[in-house]
Design a protein around this ligand. Structure first.
Ligand code: FES
Length: 107
């Protein structure tokens, strides 16, 4: 099945926050019933979360207490994300197509 969105979460921090964020995203996707969505023409698409080693945004990860993550195919990068932010990212970005500007990673 083709993806609606794939989220890659950096897990290269000293703490376990990246793993915790990935887990919270997966729970939020399930809780909000967004694991599978349909396009306007009825095609099924999945929303998936993958842990990855590093997104090469390390300066940002090491400055904050959270994790960096990128949402494809939109190419939107969020930074210093905590598990408590995940329901909002899923509801607004995956469910509503709205970028969560307060969590955007500044360049
Ligand atoms: S340590 Fe998070 S992007 Fe590299």
């Amino acid at each position: 099945m083709i993806y609606a969105h794939q989220i890659f979460v950096c897990t290269n921090q000293k703490s376990s926050v990246g793993h915790d964020v990935a887990k919270a995203l997966k729970h939020a996707i399930k809780d909000q019933d967004l694991k599978t969505v349909r396009t306007a023409d009825g095609e099924k698409r999945r929303n998936a979360v993958q842990e990855c080693d590093c997104l090469d945004r390390c300066k940002h990860c090491k400055k904050g207490n959270g994790a960096a993550l990128v949402v494809y195919p939109d190419g939107v990068t969020y930074g210093d994300v905590q598990p408590r932010d995940c329901a909002t990212i899923v509801r607004e970005h995956l469910g509503g197509g709205r970028i969560v500007s307060s969590l955007l990673l500044s360049q």
